[in-house]
Ligand binder design. Structure first.
Ligand SMILES: [Zn+2]
Ligand SMILES: [Zn+2]
Length: 488
């Protein structure tokens, strides 16, 4: 009964009418139920698993099909029919996953792909290609292992296709710290090609690859290919909820990193994600007890209350910066960066990068510098000090421009390590490197605690600070020390 039904829809020609499609799906569904029933009646009967696998294969669910074929094969290891079905489903799934993960014309190309293209375009003969391989092997043996892995994965003029050998070479490269080796081993591990299928292990390999330096460690002018590929794959996983929990914010983070490292397909996916889904919602309340946030904001308020009690004439100058932060000549090709991507222990100018931020706390004083607290798109916050503006503009800048809720882009941000307290902050020496966004972008009546816009309540004492709720006001008073700066 069940085998005839399977045969019936396997031979069903393409249908166009709605009725036929419904009917076809219905038939397939019943065939699957029949096959599952056959398998459940006798779970060690390999034909039951084979039949379930075949139905899944026809339904184009090759992951499940492979699972069933593998079970069947475990019960009948020499059966040709199972081996053939398993091989076919693996091939198809491999193609499907490759399409998802690697659009070859858009992704950064691996070294063997670059060499193959050279061979095609320049008519290099296979011997020359082999020579280039040998040359690369001398510079970095792990590159040669990656190349061998690709040769075995797909088969070429020199070697017969063999997933197990491919996995061995990728693993060898990965053990030498090669990001492309890690990425490719992750790919095979994800699909159980040549190695045991293990999604979690694959996840770990991708994270490991993404943590490698973005430029090749020995050939610095070359991108470290596996890094962007792994970042892109991690973006896909978080966007679709594969292996990890679906998290669009994490997806956006990984896509953006992949874009920064030259993967244009990630840019495409990032754009599609924002088009399909509402902007990722970040839980503001969750971050309010972050110890760094509390420290930065309360320190800022302590400083301001201290300043308010001082005679301005006794305030001494600031420490000279170690390096001079400047705005670049051209804005073309700038990449975005967030606070968490900056090393908090390294005094460094991130040249060629833009930090987008919102001012969440400001101060009235402007000598020797304007003190602010900024928050970036991840809701991470940091202290910021602006130097190098004409002193006669101080009043105007602190009261009208650099005020709470104002959004800006900081070009070539300088993460300065404080000379006395060794704490990081963003230092601006060329204030033309701050591009303040238009008034329409400003967050109006921002809650001083959580940052929500249109906060309805004002502090009854100072009438300045706005709050969205009683909880926020209490938290701001105690935890963030609003009490230090609140006065009528
Ligand atoms: Zn609030
Ligand atoms: Zn107040």
């Amino acid at each position: 009964m069940s085998s005839s039904r399977l045969a019936l829809y396997e031979q069903q020609p393409g249908s166009s009418s709605r009725f036929d499609i419904d009917n076809l799906i219905d038939e397939r569904y019943r065939a699957l139920q029949d096959a599952k029933q056959a398998r459940n009646l006798w779970p060690t009967w390999w034909k039951g698993h084979l039949r379930v696998g075949k139905v899944y294969a026809v339904l184009n669910d090759h992951e499940k099909a492979i699972n069933s074929f593998e079970r069947a094969l475990a019960l009948a290891p020499t059966n040709n029919e199972i081996q053939k079905a398993l091989y076919e489903s693996r091939q198809i799934l491999g193609r499907q996953l490759r399409l998802e993960h690697l659009e070859s014309k858009l992704s950064p190309r691996s070294i063997p792909e670059q060499l193959n293209e050279l061979q095609r375009n320049l008519g290099l003969d296979p011997e020359e290609v082999r020579m280039t391989y040998r040359l690369l092997e001398e510079i970095d043996p792990s590159i040669a292992d990656v190349i061998k892995g690709h040769q075995y994965e797909h088969g070429d003029i020199d070697v017969k296709q063999d997933y197990e050998q491919a996995a061995k070479y990728f693993a060898k490269a990965a053990n030498q710290g090669n990001a492309e080796g890690m990425y490719n081993l992750a790919r095979l591990t994800d699909r159980g090609l040549g190695v045991k299928k293990d999604h979690n292990l694959a996840q770990g390999l991708l994270e490991q690859a993404a943590a490698q330096p973005p430029q090749h460690p020995l050939l610095e002018e070359l991108p470290n290919n596996g890094v962007a590929l792994a970042e892109h794959a991690l973006g896909l996983r978080h966007a679709e909820g594969v292996v990890v929990h679906k998290n669009l914010l994490r997806a956006a983070y990984w896509y953006q990193r992949a874009v920064n490292h030259g993967c244009s397909e990630a840019a495409n996916n990032l754009a599609i994600m924002y088009e399909d889904e509402p902007a990722p919602i970040v839980d503001r309340k969750l971050r309010l007890r972050d110890s760094h946030r509390i420290e930065v904001i309360s320190k800022h308020r302590e400083w301001e209350s201290h300043r308010n009690n001082l005679d301005h004439s006794v305030i001494s100058g600031a420490h000279k910066p170690r390096v001079k932060q400047q705005t670049p000549k051209s804005l073309i090709g700038l990449k975005s960066i967030t606070l968490r991507e900056m090393n908090p222990t390294r005094d460094h100018i991130y040249s060629g990068y833009v930090l987008s931020a919102t001012i969440i706390d400001a101060a009235h004083a402007w000598t020797p510098s304007i003190h602010l607290v900024i928050e970036d798109e991840n809701l991470d916050c940091e202290q910021m000090c602006i130097y190098g503006f004409p002193e006669e503009q101080g009043e105007y800048l602190t009261s009208k421009v650099y005020t709470i809720g104002s959004k800006m882009n900081i070009i070539n941000p300088y993460l300065r390590i404080g000379a006395s307290d060794m704490k990081p902050f963003i230092r601006i020496d060329d204030f033309s490197s701050i591009l303040v966004q238009s008034e329409s972008e400003r967050v109006i009546n921002m809650c001083r605690c959580c940052g929500e816009p249109n906060a309805p309540y004002a502090c009854s004492k100072c009438k300045q600070a706005r709050y969205c709720s009683k909880e926020c006001q209490t938290m701001d008073w105690q935890l963030y020390k609003h009490k230090l700066i609140c006065k009528n």
